[in-house]
Design a protein. Sequence first.
Length: 207
Amino acid sequence: MADLYRVILFLNYGLLLSVIVLGAVKYRILNNKERQYFHCIAFLFFIELLNLILPYIFNLNDTSFIYPLYIAGEFFLLTGLFIRKLDLPKYYLGFVALLAIGFMISKYGFDTPANADIVKVISNIIIICLSGVVLIREIKGSSSQNRFLWADASIFFYYSVSVFFFIVQHQIANLSEDDYLVILSANNVLSSILYCSFLYIFIQLKK
């Protein structure tokens, strides 16, 4: 199971790198709202890169301090993306930014909440709700003109299933190593599906 997990993980890394390279090539033909998708993927790439290089280059085996930054950044970028797509007032962006900054100050400064996973689940649920509203709006409207419809659908699917996996993982007592790797592998497969949707979109994009 550990070998399968590694194969899926490095496949995931390869897909993510491909999305970054292709997204950078197509960046100029994206409009302001679409560029937010690339910013989100670039942030995920930055986090994954840190998790890779810190242990091997700086011999820093504990990278858990990155987790709050990941939660806050992911929350701000994705909610910001959907707030823009829904044409909500700009003060919503300010409120989301305050929440993200407040969480990092609370976690890094006071270690509150002690379990950051609670915040992760809440942020994912908010992302699911916003992406769901965007999808409904696109399906009812001119979804055929939306070049990132599949990306929105993939985001909704990924975060919905990820929350389920996350809850199951924390509810099962005495989770064995193999069971834990199965859950991680399944989550990485979901990530691969998400990255493939972005690859497909960037390949199809034309001026």
